[in-house]
Ligand binder design. Structure first.
Ligand code: G6P
Ligand code: ZN
Length: 582
């Protein structure tokens, strides 16, 4: 058993360590500056307070992106020096963000201990590699992201930090093999427990879904399946769940070997970046001629998902609404009913219509998963989702990419339970179209302007806020742009009062709400690592079932024109087109 001592290292504040929507995300080159990661980790320990850190158990792992392995060794040494008792690491440092949440909530250590929190090493959907992004965020004992009170305190600490602590004499721990390594330091024994990345998560999924019914669906000759992990950490789960448990073929897995640089790609499951899957599903520029019935993808840390049918894209806003509408019948975990549902503000109102019709509690929260966590901890919400390809439930406190795929497979299995022996398969497209016929359709699109000059982005937002002072002027301007667009009924900056802890979050996006239920929302992204990203969300509600089959870009063209001209997008940003349209 190696002994270590505690070394105090003098340090000084480094600018710009303010955590964004989901932790601190910066270029690898920024993270590898001397003291950079150390300062942030020590500031986190200090924010949690020394008494809470001493004797605690901490999970440290992530999506396996470049610099993760070094970061894990640094955090282990700092944890030991700060009196942490046990550090749990997924094999090879791999744990998806939802798996971290599951491990914190469910796993019991060899000595009967539970985890008190977790450092998740990921920059989610941002590219990885020596010239790309790294990230770190802290999750609490409920398995969810630290609340703003803590992240603000971490940031304050980074501005005054003078020292951090490192275990001296503690060797690098082999994180490639499963097992417990024991060390001894001034506070007594210190353990590093390397465990299988998938077991706890697979066990949780099996307690939620009916795996037998999904197995039958996958075995049926009418059904075909394909899953793309975009070389992210979802690959560490896909084989275990889709192939070993559910019987899909190996060839149904695309890019399922986790890579430090995600194979050079952008690990974001949308129509732009998941190109290979999009082609395979018969969409995009080079469509395959014989696509499978169902396809899905995940982002780098496997909390996001994209769901596709044969030649058919399911918008994330529709996806959460459809899961909520079908959960009780199709998913055993929800068989006794939903406690409530929630969506983020820019997500379309498709979920609102379901909530109303099923008489469910409904919440509209700011962007960022942490807001759902409070509702779930208070027993107010079972299913929730965001337009940004995040869907999940109260089984954990993060969104869950693989859970969303299993939810869709469960719905497909339920709808097809009587026709898997030769009947006509109810497809993903059928399910979505039947949903629109019943609840109406929310045409929806998002325009992203990435890496815009930060000053210009702020000016555009300020211009939009200023316009809100006079609705009659706004309506005159709009009528001059497109006479076929409805009047704006109200406009504001979204503000949220958390019904559980009463906290208030201001400036959460600029909304223009139209008389016919259409909406324009403008927001600055909280997850970028360079410049500013402006997001424009455009939505229009169509109740008439004879009009729900249009191409969404066509249907939304008038509103898009209004949004671009009203905001003076090109004038402020110099961009004539968005970087990404979803
Ligand atoms: C992360 C969060 C999501 C959030 C998204 C927004 O993925 O986990 O909850 O919706 O960021 O990103 P944005 O870039 O729009 O701030
Ligand atoms: Zn993610």
């Amino acid at each position: 058993m190696a002994n270590f001592t505690v070394k105090r290292v003098e340090s000084a504040p480094i600018e710009g360590q303010k955590p964004g929507t989901s932790g601190l995300r910066k270029k690898v080159k920024v993270f590898t500056q001397p003291h950079y990661l150390h300062n942030f980790v020590q500031s986190t320990f200090n924010a949690l307070s020394a008494e809470k850190v001493k004797g605690s158990t901490l999970v440290v792992s992530g999506d396996g992106r470049y610099y993760s392995k070094d970061a894990i060794q640094i955090i282990i040494k700092m944890a030991a020096a700060n009196g942490v008792k046990s550090v749990w690491v997924g094999q090879n440092g791999l744990l998806s963000t939802p798996a971290v949440s599951a491990v914190v909530r469910e796993r019991v250590g060899a000595d009967g201990s539970k985890a008190n929190g977790a450092f998740i090493l990921t920059a989610s959907h941002n590219p990885g590699g020596p010239n790309e992004d790294f990230g770190i965020k802290y999750n609490m004992g409920n398995g969810g992201p630290a609340p703003e009170g803590i992240t603000d305190q971490i940031y304050e600490n980074t501005k005054t930090i003078k020292e951090y602590f490192l275990a001296e004499g503690l060797p690098d721990v082999d994180i490639s093999s499963i097992g417990i390594s024991k060390f001894s330091g001034p506070d007594g024994q210190f353990d590093v427990d390397v465990f299988d990345s998938a077991s706890d998560y697979v066990k949780l999924m099996k307690s939620i879904f009916d795996f037998e019914s999904m197995k039958k669906l996958i075995a049926s000759p009418q059904f075909s399946f394909c899953y793309d992990a975009l070389h992210g950490v979802a690959g560490a789960y896909a084989g275990r769940i889709f192939v070993e448990e559910l019987g899909a073929t190996e060839s149904s897995l695309l890019n399922c070997v986790p890579k430090e640089d995600f194979g050079g790609g952008h690990p974001d499951p949308n129509l732009t970046y998941a190109k290979e899957l999009v082609s395979r599903m018969g969409l995009g520029k080079n469509p395959d001629s014989n696509p499978p019935e169902f396809g899905a993808a995940a982002d780098g840390d496997a909390d996001r998902n994209m769901v596709l049918g044969k030649r058919f894209f399911v918008t994330p806003s529709d996806s959460v609404a459809i899961i909520a509408a079908n959960a009780v019948e199709s998913i055993p975990y929800f068989s006794s009913g939903l406690k409530g549902v929630a969506r983020s503000m820019p997500t379309s109102a498709a979920l609102d219509v379901v909530a109303k019709s099923l008489n469910l509690k409904f919440f509209e929260v700011p962007t960022g998963w942490k807001f759902f966590g409070n509702l779930m901890d208070a027993g107010l919400c079972s299913v929730c989702g965001e337009e940004s390809f995040g869907t999940g439930s109260d089984h954990i406190r993060e969104k869950d990419g693989i859970w969303a795929v299993l939810a869709w497979l469960s719905i497909l299995a339920y709808k097809n339970k009587d026709n898997l022996n030769g009947g006509n398969l109810v497809t993903v497209e059928d399910i979505v179209k039947q949903h629109w016929a019943k609840f109406g359709r929310h045409y929806y699109t998002r325009y992203d302007y990435e890496n815009v000059d930060a000053g210009a982005a702020k000016e555009l937002m300020a211009h939009l806020v200023k316009l809100q002072a006079s609705l009659s002027d706004v309506n005159t301007t709009i009528k001059g742009i497109r006479s076929d667009v409805a009047n704006v009924a109200s406009a504001d900056e979204f503000e949220y009062k958390d019904p559980v802890d009463g906290s208030i979050s201001k400036n959460q996006g600029i909304r223009y709400l139209f008389e016919d239920g259409s909406r324009l929302v403008f927001r600055l992204s909280g997850t970028g690592s360079e410049g500013a990203t402006i997001r424009l969300y455009i939505e229009q509600y169509e109740k008439d079932s004879s009009k729900t089959g249009r191409d969404s870009q066509d249907a939304l063209a008038p509103l898009v024109e209004v949004a671009l001209k009203l905001s003076k997008m090109q004038e402020y940003t110099g961009r004539s087109a968005p970087t990404v349209i979803t």
